[in-house]
Design a protein around this ligand. Structure first.
Ligand SMILES: [Zn+2]
Ligand SMILES: [Zn+2]
Length: 120
């Protein structure tokens, strides 16, 4: 099953992302792809935009992706940033645009850096 997303594209190329209905489906597609193109490992993530699953390269081509484990207080998966600098830059934007103060911390599961409103 290879369905192109009508709403979501690869930022770098502008091509539509392939969408999957379930994590299991995305997982098996990722596994298959990783057997063929091992040097650019793909990981499934649930898209916050369309609600379907996409695959994303595990390396740091995009400054922000969604953590596979950590959740915000509202239950959604946290955005994660590849480097502390990316996270700090994002926090700076949000402070200027929305007036929110966010702290940067390293994901304890190795999925990059997160922002949090909490003080601890
Ligand atoms: Zn999407
Ligand atoms: Zn995390």
């Amino acid at each position: 099953m290879n369905r192109k997303s009508p709403s979501c594209t690869v930022k770098k190329t502008g091509r539509p992302l392939t969408e999957y209905d379930s994590k299991a489906e995305a997982n098996s597609a990722a596994k298959h792809a990783n057997q063929n193109y091992a040097e650019n490992k793909l990981v499934p993530y649930k898209c916050s935009k369309c609600g379907f699953w996409h695959l994303s390269p595990e390396d740091r081509v995009t400054p922000s992706k969604t953590c596979t484990i950590c959740r915000s207080a509202d239950g959604t998966l946290k955005e994660s940033y590849a480097t502390e600098r990316d996270a700090l830059r994002r926090a700076g934007h949000l402070r200027r645009e929305q007036g929110v103060k966010l702290k940067v911390y390293e994901c304890e599961h190795g999925n990059g850096w997160h922002l949090t409103k909490n003080e601890n």
